[in-house]
Design a protein around this ligand. Structure first.
Ligand code: NAD
Length: 378
């Protein structure tokens, strides 16, 4: 079995402790599945607070150079540096490496007490567009010269009614940006035998951006997947393509989770819906994800640095470990990924869990981050 190089960033806050507890679980799963040691070649890259302390930069050039040539990477959470003019390091990485698809599986693990009536029916994968929408960073403060200039243009040239004191933001969304995301979602659905892809948008209000997403999604499906997909309500076979308005969708996924399988959506909707769904099946401590471009796949837990519990051996390493399982699946090392899923399920039913899960599992005992990692390892 060929060795795989994985660049990794430890991250800030709880990053070091979840890596310490989590990485041995990934190595052990590979070893147990294939009988080879050190098949994962971990290469550390500096970033965040450690990057700053050691190089004076939060995203050192050496890190960016290594990632530019990489296919596989994993990271812990990075704190957004405090101070004027700093953008989120995560958003910067997504934009620099054009990691346009944020993919988050939401799957129920036995043992969790979920507020959803039938959590066992929850098995969805959210594809969130990662580079456009209101996250493009085109936003101006109320009263700033830029905001005033833009408002003057909008009112004078375009006849829009905007109060001169408004803070203003732009929501750019393109056919190409939307289509490449929807393409990923449809390809995934076909490859994994999923029944449907739902385009989630707020096109009833924002016709040319969110509504554009819906229209471009259907256009792509019709142009590139003839015979492989079928629009909801039409005759034919294949993956069903349907669309839902975001507010109705939030209600529907909680009440009728069995109707949804693959979700393709815009940046802001995707941000909300993936966290909300994760909360139904265990919360941020069990929520993995990946940001993918055309070459680099950058796996990361969904949670942030959890500063209030950092360094206290309280964090759940599950989200990092499950992100690692996603990486293993991505490279086709499915047996190792399955061992990890089985270990998580067994640990939850064994009821010795980290504090975030203890409140969701009746009769459970709290264990620390490292001990939870050791339980998974065992
Ligand atoms: P957060 O995810 O760090 O914390 C939200 C809540 O969830 C807190 O109560 C926290 O204690 C808890 N939590 C998070 N991860 C947990 C885990 N593994 N185990 C147990 N409990 C966990 O979100 P926040 O407080 O909004 O953000 C803190 C910092 O993290 C900010 O600087 C933010 O920019 C950054 N952040 C980074 C990423 C990323 O790197 N992808 C994502 C989100 C936030």
């Amino acid at each position: 079995m060929a060795e795989k190089t994985i660049y990794y960033i430890e991250g800030d806050g709880i990053g070091p402790e979840v890596w310490k507890a989590g990485r041995p679980v990934l190595d052990a799963a590979v070893e147990k599945a294939y009988g080879t040691t050190n098949a994962l070649n971990w290469v550390e890259l500096l970033a965040g607070e450690r990057g700053y302390a050691e190089t004076g930069e939060h995203l050192p050039q050496a890190t960016m150079d290594a990632l530019a040539g990489a296919e596989l990477a994993m990271k812990g959470p990075l704190q957004t540096p405090v101070g004027k003019g700093f953008r989120s390091l995560n958003v910067t990485l997504r934009q620099v490496f054009d990691l346009y698809a944020c993919i988050r599986p939401i799957k129920y693990f036995k043992g969790i007490e979920s507020p959803v009536k039938r959590p066992d029916l929850v098995d969805m994968t959210v594809f969130r567009e990662n580079t456009e929408d209101v996250y493009a960073g085109i936003e101006y403060q109320s009263g700033s010269p830029e905001a005033r200039k833009l408002i003057e243009f909008l009112t004078d040239q375009l006849g829009a009614k905007v109060d001169i004191t408004a803070g203003v933001g732009i929501k750019p969304m393109t056919p190409a940006g939307s289509k490449r995301l929807v393409k990923r979602a449809i390809d995934f659905a076909i490859e994994h035998g999923k029944p449907s892809v739902t385009l989630v948008h707020k096109g009833n209000i924002m016709k040319h951006t969110e509504g554009g997403f819906r229209a471009w999604g259907y256009e792509l499906a019709e142009q590139e997947y003839a015979g492989k997909v079928v629009r909801e309500g039409e005759d034919g076979s294949g993956v069903i393509i349907k669309d839902r308005i975001a507010d109705a969708m939030f209600q529907n996924v909680l009440m009728y989770p069995e109707q949804y399988s693959v979700i393709a959506t815009t940046n802001l909707n995707g941000d909300y819906i993936s966290d909300a769904l994760a909360a139904q099946v265990g919360g941020l401590g069990l929520a993995p994800g990946v940001n993918m471009g055309d070459t680099l796949a950058f796996f990361e837990p969904t949670h942030g640095t959890a500063p209030t519990i950092a360094g206290k051996d309280m964090a759940n390493p599950g989200s990092l470990i499950l992100s690692g399982a996603m990486l293993l699946e991505h490279i086709g090392w499915t047996e190792a990924a399955q061992l990890i899923h089985a270990a998580v399920e067994k640990a939850l039913t064994g009821k010795r869990v980290t504090v975030d899960l203890a409140s969701q599992i009746a009769g459970s005992t709290r264990v620390g981050c490292q001990e939870f990692g050791d339980i998974l390892l065992a």
